[in-house]
Design a protein around this ligand. Structure first.
Ligand SMILES: *Cc1c(COP(=O)(O)O)cnc(C)c1O
Length: 362
């Protein structure tokens, strides 16, 4: 087998190795069933156990109150950009959006098709290098909801705590930092996250919906685009992404086995600190994109003194076994995505590589 590299891709991203091992172990013949999970009916009791086990584990892991539905939906986080306003913008038909990056902008684009969007704050004029402060938010107390992106995968910024929005329902795209730390789910009306960053493979999106929000979903909506369809059928109205849900279930078990979200947060803090310390102690050789108070613990974009050196860094880091470091074109340079499953040792080795590279190339 080809040796595994350190995978720093922004998404799809690194999965825990024990999860991959277990998948491999059970791929041909699932224990007690005798066929692959890839061949199994989504109506089988074996799959229903997997689905319900994943829901139970998620509730336990993230302390999700009982009045929240936990859904598995196809279509990526991008479909949620449409489903959220279609279901929750009526009857007022206006919503607040905090715009902190490319994904927030895409959410706004879809919401505008449904009703009036108030941009409560935007850091676009500063190329999204920071998270707007609470006192900058121009919130409408009559908005149907406030939407924000908790971690900005491309620009490497992250809300350290959720915006305070009074009685207006708070809706969050948590695709790139879901389960990287404990959050108080009861502060949110809806949370959604594509699985492929921090939670599993591509193909499934998890959605938590507080029960009272469902009274807004109109029967005139297309069946598959109505959250009520998914809550009333336990995410089994149509064939769900069976294999992706199975893998998410294994990742949840891995998180529980490794002492849950507080332990994961501690490890993520340690990993991010190593990398940011390396950047901050490089005498300006490495420059982070995000302002210090807004820094993400998941995605760390940084620049080098010249584009030529950046190209060299991408090439040589890949040769040294670090994959996926090339930055997004809207920021340039490099980006290290160090999600839950990225090992501490990998960050230590990357920091060593960065120090060596600087020594040889300054
Ligand atoms: C990756 C990402 C998305 C898009 O997810 P898809 O599953 O590709 O639709 C949306 N929001 C954030 C914050 C992301 O990181």
């Amino acid at each position: 087998m080809t040796k595994r590299v350190y995978n720093l891709n922004p998404g799809p991203a690194v999965l825990p190795e024990p999860v991959l091992e277990e998948m491999k172990e059970n791929l041909i013949s699932f224990p007690g069933v005798g066929m692959s999970i890839l061949e199994m009916s989504h109506r089988s009791s074996a799959f229903e156990n997997i689905l319900n086990g994943a829901i139970e584990d998620m509730r336990k892991l993230a302390n999700i109150p009982n009045d929240y539905h936990i859904l598995f939906v196809g279509g990526g986080a991008s479909l949620q950009f449409s489903m959220v306003p279609m279901n929750f913008m009526p009857p007022a038909n206006k919503a607040d959006y905090i715009v902190t990056g490319a994904w927030s902008k895409k959410a706004v684009k879809e919401a505008k098709r449904v009703g009036k969007v108030n941009i409560a704050a935007s850091s676009e004029s500063e190329n999204f290098k920071r998270i707007p402060k609470q006192d900058e938010l121009k919130l409408d107390p009559e908005a149907s909801y406030v939407h924000f992106t908790s971690n900005n995968t491309i620009f490497g910024t992250q809300f350290s705590t959720e915006p305070i929005v009074g009685n207006v329902p708070l809706i969050c795209d948590a695709s790139s930092d879901i389960f990287s730390k404990a959050i108080d789910v009861s502060k949110y009306a809806v949370i959604y996250a594509g699985a492929q960053k921090n939670l599993g493979p591509a193909g499934v999106t998890i959605v938590f919906v507080r029960d009272d929000m469902l009274s807004r979903c109109q029967d005139s909506l297309h069946t598959m685009l109505n959250y009520k369809t998914h809550t009333e059928n336990n995410s089994l109205y149509n064939t769900p992404p069976v294999f992706a849900i199975y893998t998410v279930g294994l990742v949840l078990k891995w998180l529980l086995k490794n002492d849950g979200l507080d332990a994961m947060a501690k490890l993520n803090d340690e990993k991010a600190k190593l990398l940011y310390d390396c950047i901050d102690n490089s005498d300006g050789y490495y420059r982070g994109h995000a302002e210090k108070e807004s820094r993400s613990k998941m995605n760390i974009p940084f620049r080098l003194p010249s584009e030529e050196l950046e190209k060299k860094f991408v090439k040589e880091s890949a040769e040294a076994g670090f994959a996926g470091l090339k930055g997004h074109r809207s920021v340039g340079g490099l980006r290290a995505s160090i999600y839950n499953a990225f090992p501490l040792q990998g960050v230590k080795d990357l920091v060593e590589f960065m120090k060596e590279f600087q020594k040889k190339n300054s």
